[in-house]
Write a protein that binds this ligand. Structure first.
Ligand code: FAD
Length: 337
């Protein structure tokens, strides 16, 4: 069934928090060839929300418009150049499945991003990143459909405005873009990214030399140990991104709060949101079924029947307490509806 439409549809199984909200209309698209037709049918209608894996989404109310559920599949090698191989994936492909497909072809580059939940189509939205790598480092381009007029536009790296957990597709007004497929440029000469000490330690534990597959294996082992599985405990990974502040302010804060971790980046000093949240006493905190993970202060969890509104209220109290104690604003990573 290429396009399936249902009315008053439950979104509970379509978001990794497992929050029960409904959509007035749910349109599931399985075939890439049907995307343009579906986009034309929706032209000008609002509100619309694209959902891939629902792993970076907090639903706080029913959605009164149309949810587009992307399940389009397709992986292909587009070109083999002297220095790189260009690969392309349809938006509905699982991100981790795509990384494993690249590794099976001997193509390294994305291994540090193994096991991030969600779809390929969502990967540029917040420029997913983990263990010292961001997707933008290997991004080649994408095709997106403008849901306002039905036209397809190609975006290159310079068009996407990638930043730390950010891109033009995350900014106000960007909901009109449906990312249909994404291309990556994977280098022929592979350089391991071992910047995160934990990866080195895990490789040493496995007793192996780094190869793309070994790094993927190490990253998966670390992630399985550290992060709750949404199938068991509802969550959206890190709920807050690390705030990036002026380096002079960071020095002042670190003098006032010894031990506050900070990393230098081109945009300023990135401070550890997890450290600040933990110092405010939130780690392991629980209010009804809404809580903060006991082992990871950045991860908000749904212990069962928490509503999106309860999770958001908790998030706002955490934000306020960090602002009061540290004078720093921390921002949510997921899209909040
Ligand atoms: C356990 C766990 C660990 C995580 N770890 C990480 C991590 O290490 N690094 C990281 O960066 N993220 C992490 N995340 C967050 C999440 O996995 C990523 O942001 C992922 O890219 C979201 O993909 P998705 O398909 O689930 O997106 P969704 O949640 O479905 O959508 C997220 C946003 O993208 C939009 N969107 C989705 N697909 C499209 C499309 N095709 N076109 C246009 N807009 C679209 C949606 O409208 C929404 O605004 C984690 C989440 C969990 C649950």
């Amino acid at each position: 069934m290429p396009i399936a439409v249902s009315e008053n549809a439950s979104l509970r199984r379509l978001n990794s928090f497992g929050v029960e909200q409904r959509a007035a209309r749910l349109v599931r698209i399985d075939e890439a060839a049907d995307l343009a037709e579906a986009a034309c049918a929706l032209r000008g209608t609002a509100p619309r929300l694209v959902i891939g894996g629902g792993s970076n989404l907090l639903l706080t109310r029913d959605f009164e418009g149309t949810v587009l559920l992307l399940r389009t599949r397709g992986l292909r090698v587009l070109a083999s150049e002297d220095d790189a191989t260009i690969v392309e994936a349809e938006a509905g492909e699982s991100w981790d499945g795509f990384v494993r497909w690249c590794l099976s072809l001997g193509l390294g580059g994305l291994e540090n991003l193994s096991l991030i939940p969600g779809t390929v189509g969502a990967s540029p939205i917040q420029n997913i990143g983990a263990y010292g790598t961001e997707m933008r480092e290997h991004f080649d381009g994408l095709d997106a459909i403008d849901l306002d007029c039905g036209e397809v536009r190609s975006f290159g790296p310079d068009d996407c405005g990638f930043g730390y957990r950010d891109s033009v597709f995350k900014r106000p007004g960007a909901a009109r873009w449906l990312v249909a497929r994404v291309r990556f440029r994977l280098p022929r000469t592979w350089t391991p990214r071992l910047d995160y000490g934990e990866i080195r330690a895990e490789l040493a534990r496995l007793g192996r030399q780094p190869s793309p597959s070994m790094i993927a294996q190490a990253v998966c082992a670390i992630r399985r140990r550290k992060l709750p599985d949404p199938a068991v405990l509802g969550n959206a990974g890190s709920f807050f991104s690390n705030p990036v502040v002026d380096p002079a302010l960071a020095v002042e804060l670190q003098a006032r709060h010894p031990g506050l971790p900070g990393w230098h980046t081109a945009a300023g000093t990135k401070l550890s949101a997890a450290w600040m949240i933990e110092r405010c006493g939130w780690k392991g905190h629980r209010e009804g079924d809404a809580g903060v993970h006991a082992a990871h202060a950045l991860v908000l969890v749904n212990h069962g029947r928490a509503s999106g509104a309860q999770l958001l209220a908790l998030a706002m109290r955490i934000q306020a307490s960090v602002a009061e104690r540290f004078g720093v604003a921390i921002e949510p990573e997921p899209t909040i509806i």
